[in-house]
Design a protein. Structure first.
Length: 255
């Protein structure tokens, strides 16, 4: 583990590199600016704040150098989702939770994580159903294929947890809903299936990549079936032609 001092503009986010580990400070206390006595006169004259950056690697206990997801717990500690498993960092050391030795953890190949407003940790993994850590216990909410390969969790304003993965799912009030396309050839809308069994519907809404919510509370879904929106209890395919959508900070473009 090595320590360097780097300049960071005040208010900017620190980019986390996955290839060589991840960077950050101890979650038990805020990052502290480096003393100005260590800086030159030119550096002290501008508005930049200097922080210490620490790079952690597998030598420090990180399960893998490929970190795919991060989540900050309510106590300020850090959860890491890597290609080699789940780990928890309390500001002093990393504690791994390998699937082979942790009941309820379904896979070590992590895709996404989310900590909801109740403090429950959700984890999406490759080739296996998602799992969650609630009240100190790891467990799945089912083994339906819709819960495999979750790449994003989105918590809506009403507390519903939306899942982007093999299919579009919503989990709320202890119930899982899986959405499917009404007509596979000319999709004009989708319907939801309560408690679907494996292979229950051949027109499942598959290939869900991202979920977002706009200022009006409308939910937008990027999927292989096109661009969809969920408003007033209805999920409608806005783009049945399945355009490729490119998103930037200022524009949304279709190709």
């Amino acid at each position: 583990m090595h320590l360097t001092t780097v300049p960071i503009l005040q208010g900017c986010l620190l980019s986390l590199g996955a290839a060589l580990g991840f960077t950050g400070g101890s979650p038990s206390r805020p990052l502290q600016p480096a003393p100005h006595a260590e800086l030159g006169a030119a550096e002290q004259a501008d508005d930049r704040i200097f922080y210490e950056r620490t790079t952690f690697t597998v030598k420090d206990g990180v399960p893998s150098s490929m970190v795919r997801a991060l989540a900050v717990a309510q106590d300020g500690s850090l959860w890491l989702g890597t290609s080699g498993g789940l780990a928890h960092y309390d500001g002093h050391e990393f504690r791994p939770f390998p699937a082979a030795a942790t009941p309820g953890v379904t896979s070590d190949r992590m895709y996404a994580m989310h900590i909801d407003r109740s403090g429950t940790l959700w984890a999406g993994v490759e080739g296996a159903p998602l799992y969650r850590l609630k009240d100190g216990n790891f467990a799945t909410i089912g083994d339906d294929s819709a819960l495999f390969n979750v790449v994003q969790f989105f918590e809506a304003q009403d507390g519903t947890i939306w899942l982007a993965g093999n299919q579009l799912c919503a989990y709320g009030a202890g119930q899982l809903e899986v959405y499917s396309v009404d007509n596979a050839s000319e999709p004009t809308g989708v319907r939801k299936e309560a408690d679907p069994g494996p292979g229950a519907n051949s027109n499942k809404l598959t290939g869900v990549h991202r979920i977002a919510e706009d200022r009006d509370g409308v939910l937008w879904v990027a999927s292989d079936a096109g661009l969809l929106k969920f408003a007033e209890g209805q999920l409608v395919i806005e783009d049945p032609h399945r355009c490729t959508w490119a998103v930037s900070y200022t524009h949304l473009r279709a190709h």
